[in-house]
Design a protein around this ligand. Structure first.
Ligand SMILES: NC(=O)c1ccc[n+]([C@@H]2O[C@H](COP(=O)([O-])OP(=O)(O)OC[C@H]3O[C@@H](n4cnc5c(N)ncnc54)[C@H](OP(=O)(O)O)[C@@H]3O)[C@@H](O)[C@H]2O)c1
Length: 200
């Protein structure tokens, strides 16, 4: 693993920045958490799998970075509220929020999908980002600025077969992000961005 060779730079590009990340137990969020911590950020992240979350926080601390894991399920409002409050209680602010937790449904045509499969993807991807922004925005407005990055997908831009809930959720994230940008225009230093990650 490249992380084994990581050494945190306390004077790095994100020195003293507080970075909140949803879903950094694995994948893109995990890599991002490690990269921010390597550059001096204080990382506060969640995910449902406690064993992985705690292992990742320990691994970051082992290379000299600062990271805290808190279990939270982004489908649940109380979990998201507690997670964001936990970050503010610990660090007093959120400089960068990376709302990246997401899932796919089993590949199925629309007529084959159950309502439960649909609802689970929408709840995780779209409602999860909505809930995160709902609690992040007041913190950032209070402190006078901040950056929110939401992960969308090319699947939200154009049609693909067998990914209806995923595509709809990612299109929803794009719309939420644009709406936030419009609502917050002119309100101090504020940035709301979409991340389009691509399959390589
Ligand atoms: N990989 C790609 O090529 C690609 C392409 C386009 C977009 N994306 C997007 O990028 C994001 C990350 O994808 P990935 O490939 O890194 O996926 P991944 O490896 O499966 O990681 C997903 C992360 O989201 C977390 N998560 C899922 N459901 C959650 C929930 N209910 N509450 C809290 N955390 C939850 C998972 O943690 P737990 O399971 O521990 O909860 C995990 O840490 C997703 O939004 C995905 O749609 C990925």
């Amino acid at each position: 693993m490249p992380y084994k060779r990581y050494k945190a730079n306390s004077n790095g590009r994100f020195k003293d920045k507080v970075v909140l990340i949803t879903g950094a137990t694995s994948g893109i969020s995990k890599t991002t958490a490690y990269a921010f911590a390597k550059e001096g950020a204080k990382v506060f992240f969640c995910g449902r799998r406690t064993n992985l979350g705690e292992a990742n926080a320990s691994e970051i601390q082992a290379f000299g970075g600062e990271a805290t894991y808190m279990q939270a399920d982004v489908r649940k409002e109380s979990d998201v509220r507690n997670f964001i409050n936990g970050c503010v209680q610990k660090y007093g602010r959120i400089d960068i929020a990376f709302n990246n937790a997401g899932i796919e449904a089993p590949p199925k045509a629309i007529a084959e999908l159950s309502l439960e499969e649909w609802n689970n993807v929408i709840a995780t991807n779209a409602t999860g980002v909505f809930l995160a922004m709902k609690y992040e925005i007041p913190v950032m407005l209070r402190q006078g600025g901040g950056i929110i990055v939401n992960t969308a997908s090319v699947g939200g831009h154009q049609g693909f077969s067998n990914i209806a809930p995923y595509g709809a959720s990612k299109a929803g994230i794009m719309s939420l992000t644009r709406t936030a940008a419009m609502e917050l225009t002119g309100k101090k230093k504020y940035s709301c961005q979409l991340l389009f990650s691509r399959c390589s």
